[in-house]
Design a protein around this ligand. Structure first.
Ligand code: ATP
Ligand code: MG
Length: 223
């Protein structure tokens, strides 16, 4: 069995938190590769901040280009309509049955996974790796792990809590800093930053341009 990490995310844009988490999980759990899978559209997130799937995919490929263990898959951005994690994992299982999947997330996902579509099918396909994030204590995470194990009758190895360093960085904060003209150097790879500047993503101007579509946006996040 090949041990493969799956790093799903909006990656709007990809940042040091995603990259370091992937690298440390690869190392600690002795994975063969990490597959980054940018999510498709649309989302619960503000339309004005949403960069197209193709562009988020491109930024992700730029970010990982020098790491031979990292790959980026376009399967979610290519799928029509909402994209759900259970579908992605089932498709991967079907296509590559020889792989053992580790779905890598931050602590926030450990607390929201119950409300995702068919969480029990996600657990059938992979081990969930939840990393410490945003001041959530390991104690709270342990409680939630137990709750999920009981709710979905899971083996205690199905959820792995990962003691990651606290890296209080998010794409939201990066977008906000860019919109205010503040520096995001070192939070995202240089080549991704150059691309964002070239395209004018997340700037005040691009926010204004999409303000109208933002008001109309009522979409729900598909996870
Ligand atoms: P946004 O602010 O737009 O929600 P984000 O920074 O949370 O962006 P996502 O693309 O939503 O990034 O996250 C993808 C995955 O990476 C999620 O499982 C999330 O919990 C995890 N993640 C993101 N940033 C960190 C971080 N700093 N530490 C640990 N995990 C993180
Ligand atoms: Mg997030």
């Amino acid at each position: 069995m090949n041990r493969i990490g799956i790093m799903g995310g909006t990656f709007n844009p990809i940042h040091i938190g995603h990259l370091l988490l992937a690298e440390w999980v690869l190392d600690a759990l002795q994975l063969k590769e990490i597959w980054f899978i940018p999510t498709g559209n649309p989302y619960k997130k503000r339309a004005s901040e949403l960069v197209s799937g193709d562009e988020r995919y491109h930024m992700t490929t730029l970010a990982i280009q020098n790491n031979s263990h990292f790959k980026c898959l376009d399967m979610e951005i290519r799928r029509e309509g909402y994209t759900y994690s259970y579908e992605t994992l089932e498709l991967l299982k079907e296509k590559y049955p020889e792989n053992d999947y580790f779905f890598i997330t931050g602590a926030d996902c450990l607390f929201s996974i119950d409300s995702w579509k068919y969480p029990e099918r996600i657990f059938q396909c992979c081990t969930l790796v939840a990393a410490v994030r945003d001041q959530v204590s390991i104690k709270e995470m342990e409680k939630q792990k137990l709750r999920l194990e009981q709710k979905f009758s899971l083996d205690c190895q199905k959820i792995v809590l990962f003691p990651f360093i606290q890296l209080p960085v998010s794409s939201t904060e990066i977008r906000q800093r860019i919109s205010k003209g503040q520096s995001v150097k070192y939070l995202i790879p240089e080549n991704v930053l150059s691309y964002i500047k070239e395209k004018g993503f997340y700037s005040e101007v691009s926010f204004e341009k999409t303000a109208e579509s933002n008001e109309k946006s009522t979409g729900c996040q598909a996870v």
